[in-house]
Structure formats: structure tokens, C-alpha cells
Ligand binder design. Structure first.
Ligand code: HEM
Ligand code: HEM
Length: 231
């Protein structure tokens, strides 16, 4: 893999491959879409304004139902379509991860503990992180948990006629738990991903061409920087 690029005299290192950028972009679209379309289903009263957004255009074509009810139905339909999108994307992720990467999966086993992040960012103590710091690894694991929970329970709810009522009820509970984990995770993820100043370069890479400046890599991911530079 071409991991180093000499651009305008600044050395840049590839942090995310084109496939990673693609998977992240669509995971973001699908999960945000799933959350928005879930809101009027979760609470028709509080989120009636979301139902209006979906129901308004639908009502132009068929005005037999009231707009909120129509909006909820449209949201349900889009939710299922995005659900299928998330399943397909997860399968692509699994196949790519198993067959088209070096399978080192450092994001699962970071070379440092969570407490070392506190030392590094809050106390200014030098810590040596690999490609992913323990916070990023934690985010990844949390994402895996809620995506798997949402998919399994979502399929059960979708095909509820084929499952006993107790299983459907439990799936419903798990689905709502997945929803709250997703909201909590995203709040932390978006904050540290794009708002937290020290990580701006990581964000530019994630939403740009996948490359970070070498000095950023050296400062925040020293173990990984040294490995790439040795190659
Ligand atoms: C991160 C991903 C997801 C989130 C945050 C999410 C969230 C939600 C929420 C909050 C509800 C409303 C639950 C209620 O009725 O109180 C819901 C309903 C539902 N979700 Fe999801 N969901 C996700 C993924 C999926 C996937 C992957 C599928 C299908 C494979 C799916 C299928 C469904 C179905 C069938 C319903 C019931 C809708 C209805 O009542 O007609 N969801 N979802
Ligand atoms: C508004 C939504 C989102 C924003 C702004 C965002 C932003 C980012 C950024 C900037 C990074 C790069 C961090 C770095 O390594 O320097 C990142 C990484 C990552 N994102 Fe997101 N993301 C969003 C949604 C999602 C969603 C929905 C998922 C999964 C379903 C996800 C999964 C990941 C994973 C697994 C990583 C790699 C680990 C990490 O660096 O934390 N992201 N994201």
C-alpha cells in the first residue's frame, strides 16, 4: 500500500484507505438516516414535526390520511430501506476486513490503556499510541455492539409474524437500547472526531483523501508513525 505521499514538501501518511472512507461515509448516512426516521415511530407526539417533513410531500400525491400518520408510514418505509443498506454495508465491511486487509485490526487491540489518553490530553504526559488510541478503539467496539443489536432486533421486528411474541418484545427492547447507545456514542464520536481541536487533522483525512500530515501522526500516533516511516 502506498502509505507515504510527498506533497508540497510536507510528508503525508495514509491513515484511511479509499475503502475505509467509503464505508465510513455510508455508515454515517445510513445511521443518521435510521435515527431520523426512527424518531416519529418512537414518539408520534414529540416528533410529529419529523412526521410532517415526511408526510408533507407524500400528502401531495395521496391526501386520504392525515399528514402525521402518512409521515410515520413513509418514515417506517425509509427506515426499512436504510436498514437493508446498513446490513449490506456491514457484509461488505466483513468481507473486506477478512479478505482484503492485512487483518491486523489494531483498532480492536490498541497498544495503550484508556487512562493513558487522560494523561496525554489532560495532563500533557507523553504517551505512545499506535494507529488508534484506546478511545478510538472503544468507539469502534461500541459501534459494533449497537449495529449488531440493531440489525438482529430490527430483522425480528420486521418479520414479527414468524417469531413468538416474547421474542418480538425482547427484540423491541434491544432495538431501543441500540438506539440510545447510538445517540450517546455519536455525541462523543462527533465531538472528539470533528470539534475537539487536536483531532482536526484526523477529521480532514476522514472527510478528505485519507492522508494526515506526518507531524500530526508523530505527535498523536507515534508507534504507528514509526512503523510507517520504517517501510
Ligand atoms: C443504528 C441503527 C438503527 C437505529 C438507531 C434504529 C432505531 C429504531 C427505533 C428507535 C425504532 C422505534 C422503536 C419503537 O417502535 O418504539 C425503530 C423501529 C424499527 N426498526 Fe430500527 N433502528 C436501526 C436499525 C434498523 C435495522 C438495521 C432494521 C432492519 C433490518 C430496523 C428495523 C426496524 C423496524 C422493522 C422497526 C419497527 C417500525 C414499525 O413499527 O413499523 N432498524 N428503529
Ligand atoms: C456525523 C457523523 C459522524 C462524524 C462527523 C464522524 C467523524 C469521524 C472522524 C473525523 C473520524 C476520524 C477520527 C480519527 O481517526 O482521526 C471517524 C472515525 C471513525 N468513525 Fe465516524 N463519524 C460519524 C459517524 C460515524 C458512524 C455512524 C459510524 C459507524 C456506524 C462511525 C464509525 C467510525 C469508526 C469505526 C471510526 C474509526 C475509529 C475512530 O477513529 O474513532 N462514524 N469518524
Amino acid at each position: 500500500m502506498n502509505e507515504k505521499k510527498n506533497n508540497d514538501t510536507r510528508v503525508r501518511i495514509q491513515r484511511f484507505s479509499a475503502m475505509q472512507l467509503f464505508l465510513h461515509r455510508y455508515a454515517m448516512y445510513f445511521v443518521l438516516g435510521l435515527i431520523i426516521t426512527a424518531l416519529p415511530v418512537l414518539h408520534r407526539g414529540v416528533f410529529s414535526w419529523v412526521a410532517y417533513i415526511f408526510g408533507g410531500p407524500a400528502n401531495l400525491f395521496s391526501s386520504q390520511q392525515d399528514i402525521v400518520r402518512q409521515g410515520v408510514n413513509v418514515a417506517r418505509l425509509i427506515h426499512r430501506i436504510l436498514g437493508v443498506g446498513l446490513i449490506v454495508l456491514s457484509l461488505v465491511f466483513i468481507v473486506w476486513g477478512l479478505y482484503f486487509t492485512d487483518r491486523r485490526w489494531e483498532i480492536i487491540r490498541p497498544r495503550a490503556r484508556l487512562g493513558q489518553m487522560y494523561n496525554y490530553y489532560m495532563k500533557g504526559i507523553h504517551e505512545r499510541f499506535g494507529k488508534y488510541n484506546p478511545g478510538q478503539s472503544f468507539v469502534f467496539k461500541l459501534v459494533m455492539v449497537y449495529v449488531v443489536l440493531a440489525i438482529l432486533s430490527g430483522v425480528v421486528m420486521w418479520f414479527r409474524a414468524y417469531f413468538p411474541l416474547s421474542v418480538v418484545r425482547f427484540a423491541h427492547l434491544l432495538h431501543v437500547v441500540a438506539f440510545f447507545i447510538a445517540i450517546a456514542e455519536l455525541a462523543v464520536h462527533v465531538y472528539f472526531g470533528i470539534i475537539f481541536p487536536p483531532n482536526r487533522k484526523g477529521a480532514i483525512a476522514m472527510f478528505g483523501d485519507g492522508y494526515v500530515p506526518a507531524d500530526f501522526a508523530k505527535e498523536h500516533h507515534e508507534g504507528w508513525y514509526e512503523e510507517v516511516m520504517k517501510k
